[in-house]
Write a new protein. Sequence first.
Length: 342
Amino acid sequence: MSKVLFILHRDHDTIHDELSSTLYYASTFIHEMLKDSGIESIFELAINASNINPLVKKHNPTHVIIESLWVNPIVFNSLCKIHPNVQWIGRIHCEIPHLAGATDSLEYIAKYYDFENVVISPNSTRMLHDVSVYLKSRNGSIDKIIHLPNFYPQTYKTKTIDKNKEYIDISCFGAIRLLKNHIMQAISAIEFANQIGKKLRFHTNTTRIEMEGDNVISNLKMLFEQLKDTGHVMINHDWQPRDEFLELCSKMDIGMQVSITESFNIVAADLISQGVPIVGPIGEIPWAVPEFSALYSNGEDIIKKLHIAYNHSLENVQAHQTSLKSYTDETIKIWKEYFGKT
């Protein structure tokens, strides 16, 4: 019988002492799903790698899932030798373009793979392919790479866009980083608002800035400062606990997530769960519906898809909710099969 221990690095999810990051929720969603499926699962936070050994001794799991690439390979190798009967899983939560900006990430993947009782687990089929190419070229085999995708709780709402108000509320939530494509989305949202004759309220999170995000937020603020006489405004929101964030999502008319790269996108799922139509990037979010997705580098296409989301909001939401449910149903099947609960 499998007993799964998830270990998440505390530094990855502490924002003003709130456990509120998407990585935290991605991990706990899977943890809760496994428990609901009859698989024993435990979730722990580790301040640093020295906390891992005591946690493994405490819980005596059959599998330990290290969420994201944060454990130094030297330490990881030592842990594998101390606990040779444990199956260790190094889980990856992003695609290559994002991983390229993380220090030593490819080295960590290669060294993790060398350890006898470690498997590598990307959360997307595309990353599964890319990591397989890398490790097969290096090692000649890919027998220790598995696909364990994300899960999202299946609770959905519906809402109707109020088209009589003066403003259009469009969100572009998530961490501020270059690959999130905020500026292109903001410019597209401004023109869309102009075309429908409304003032734009562009909602963002500005308290989580990552991976060259300083220039992004500076330019984003300057963009709206230069347009202050038009009535278009940017509204900044702190990073919030989940319940508060879902309530904020529910107040949006359209959610934008036209990023350059994504592997799942919990923020988009949060918006859809609250009945808010979304415009995502073509080919990036695995459950996003292509008809409502846009080319991230093409402002005209983004504007076109904003019009479709606005004029066909119910169809957008229903299609995405159906697609997300199908994706998560498959997720349950994959995890249950891997841990022997079929």
